[in-house]
Design a protein around this ligand. Structure first.
Ligand code: NDP
Ligand code: 8X3
Length: 257
């Protein structure tokens, strides 16, 4: 098992859900964390909580992954103790809307494409060259079962996660000959702020998504990510699909009520 002691781990979307759980799990494993998100107050709260429980060093970044110029400058201007990123977790992402294609809001499409695809590309493009020059590193992309199977009204969100799948495969191919590892972790239903964001703050509708099922928790996903990055250096876990026991596909869900 590989030690994460003092490894520098950049987690995007660390202010909530899976990203925040990863911060906790990686802090517990002794990694040094760069935590990025737009909501800086939420990041600060998380940092305070982590500082109470772990002796880890944390650098927080207020960052919108959609902003190419800012992503480039933030990554290239990281202070020297933080600049050699060992692990990049491309987790920032969202869904917006669940409507038929011909009725969907185009702004929602733009936001999903800009965040889930272009944001992931920007971070990866600016972090990976350093990994290549040091010949060490691991990129973990958070995909989804939505990248493997399209469901009704999921159209563009599913398209963005299918893109993450293809981009992950392409990156792995292009890094052949280096020691850098590339993994996609693709969950099914995880109870986070995801559905609240999808339904533009409609919490009642969001709650119904998880009604009568035991969904995955953010910790379940962080645990799998930690497993992937701590395998021996010659082992690359290309892809992990994980779902709750109560789920068999994006649309086949066993609700108890
Ligand atoms: P949350 O809504 O709880 O967390 C999403 C995170 O992404 C937040 O920290 C948010 O931070 C960040 N984020 C969103 N847009 C941006 C942006 N433009 N720049 C920087 N950060 C951003 O949802 P999850 O934890 O569930 O989602 C994490 C990832 O997991 C996403 O990629 C999602 O698609 C994927 N996923 C989720 C599943 C689920 O069922 N929950 C299942 C499969 C995959 P802030 O708003 O502060 O910027
Ligand atoms: C999140 C899971 O099934 O809502 O990617 O698309 S799903």
């Amino acid at each position: 098992m590989l030690s994460l002691e003092n490894q520098i781990v950049l987690i995007t979307g660390a202010s909530s859900g899976i990203g925040a759980a990863c911060a906790k799990f990686f802090a517990g494993a002794g990694a040094k964390l760069i935590l990025a998100a737009r909501r800086f107050d939420r990041l600060q709260q998380l940092v305070e909580e982590l500082n109470k429980n772990f002796a880890t060093e944390i650098y927080s970044l207020q960052l919108d992954v959609r902003d190419l110029a800012v992503v480039e400058s933030v990554i290239s201007e990281l202070p020297p103790p933080w600049s050699d990123i060992d692990i990049l977790i491309n987790n920032a992402g969202l869904s917006r809307g669940l409507e038929k294609f011909h009725e969907a809001n185009i702004q929602d499409w733009e936001e999903m494409i800009d965040t889930n695809i272009k944001g992931l590309l920007y971070l990866t493009r600016f972090v990976v060259p350093g990994m290549v020059s040091r010949d060490r590193g691991h990129v973990v992309n958070i995909g989804s079962i939505a990248g493997h199977q399209t469901y009704p009204n999921g159209n563009v969100y599913c398209g963005t996660k299918a893109a993450v799948k293809a981009i992950t495969e392409g990156l792995k191919q292009d890094l052949l000959g280096t020691s850098i590892r590339v993994t996609s972790v693709d969950p099914g239903m995880v109870e986070t702020e995801f559905s609240e964001v999808r339904f533009h703050g409609d919490t009642e509708r969001a709650k119904k998504v998880y009604q009568g099922v035991t969904p995955l928790t953010p910790d379940d996903v962080a645990d799998v990510i930690l497993f992937c990055v701590t395998r021996p250096a010659h082992v690359n876990i290309n892809e992990v699909i994980l779902m709750p026991v109560d789920q068999a596909s994006a649309t086949l869900i066993d609700r108890k009520q």
